[in-house]
Design a protein around this ligand. Structure first.
Ligand code: UVW
Length: 325
């Protein structure tokens, strides 16, 4: 029986899956909520495969263009083999978070508690997730479509919050019974909206990103933890709204220096989800074709597979994710 959020000391899920600190011997838990992906959850995913329909969830590696958050654009060079025998290629200056990605546990430090498990970041790395593989039952929660049907369409050019009740209300309206260990796929519709923008608006967005997403705060962390997902992947830039702090009242922001622990998750949800709860976060996944199919057949469950890069010490990775129905 998993503890509820309110039973977690200080909102920390360390120790839920055994010693997360490794007591300094480098053998602490490096999977967090991925521990919920048991063989039974894999079989639950397999049971969703009825038609053999496959949806590839990596967005175009070159999008957004320019990249967001000041990240570099990569250079792709195709080189010729001797005797005109074909090609190799190189990618230089590539930031693993410039397009569809998993945020690994090295990505975000909590200023008080350090990285997940309270260990130095070197003890984490995307290679651990690569060696394990990420396979389970995916459940799409199409908040973008649902909010539109409700007459409250998401605003894509501002920090429009997705409330905890939006997620739960949408799951309910879809008739999706979310089970502990499912992988939550949150669709806002942001990637499709981005693709509709002209180069000038893409440039402006790279310089000053405003984006919808989950509302930061303990209420959202509680809603997510109490669903007990193995991971959460979304199609917007940061899972949560951007910029951080845009929804918090000034008096809350003013307390950040003196009361960091209480205020940090209200400002930036990443602090509560990655280092404290150990919840892997996917961002900018391409969920539109899957969502259209789910809307058409009313089935929001799939087999979800993801093979992150086997990059020792990696901070993040493209998900290389497939949804199969
Ligand atoms: C930042 O925290 C800027 O990155 P991401 O949204 O990719 O996790």
């Amino acid at each position: 029986m998993l503890p509820s959020y309110d039973d977690l000391p200080g909102g920390k899920a360390w120790g839920v899956w055994g010693d997360s600190t490794g007591q300094g011997n480098g053998e602490g838990d490096v999977f967090g909520c991925l521990n919920l992906l048991t063989p039974e959850r894999v079989q639950a995913g397999v049971a969703c495969v009825q038609r053999g329909a496959v949806f590839a969830l990596n967005w175009d590696m070159g999008l957004p263009d320019p990249p967001l958050f000041g990240r570099a654009a990569f250079q792709h060079e195709v080189t010729s083999l001797e005797h005109d025998a074909g090609h190799d290629e190189t990618i230089s200056g590539w930031n693993t978070q410039s397009s569809s990605q998993w945020d690994g546990f090295r990505h975000i430090r909590h200023a008080v508690h350090d990285f997940y498990g309270g260990v130095p970041d070197e003890e984490h790395g995307i290679h651990h997730w690569a060696a394990r593989g990420i396979v389970g039952r995916g459940v799409l929660v199409d908040v973008g479509r649902w909010r539109e049907a409700q007459g409250r369409p998401l605003q894509y050019d501002g920090p429009d919050p997705v409330e905890p009740d939006d997620v739960l209300g949408c799951l309910d309206a879809q008739g999706s019974a979310f089970e502990p260990g499912d992988i939550l796929l949150l669709r806002t519709g942001w990637t499709a909206w981005y693709e509709s923008l002209d180069p000038g608006r893409r440039q402006a967005l790279a310089q000053n990103l405003l984006a919808p997403g989950l509302r930061p705060g303990v209420a959202t962390a509680r809603m997510l933890w109490d669903l007990h997902p193995a991971a959460l992947a979304a199609d917007n830039p940061a899972v949560e709204v951007w910029p951080p702090g845009s929804l918090a009242p000034p008096e809350v922001i003013a307390r950040i220096a003196t009361d960091y622990e209480a205020v940090a998750p209200e400002v930036f949800l990443h602090f509560a989800l990655l280092p404290l709860l150990g919840l892997p976060l996917g961002e900018m996944w391409d969920l539109d074709a899957l969502a259209a199919d789910c809307a058409a057949d009313g089935r929001y469950m799939c087999l979800l597979t993801s093979a992150p890069l086997n990059l020792r010490g990696g901070v993040a990775s493209p998900p290389n994710a497939l949804a199969i129905k």
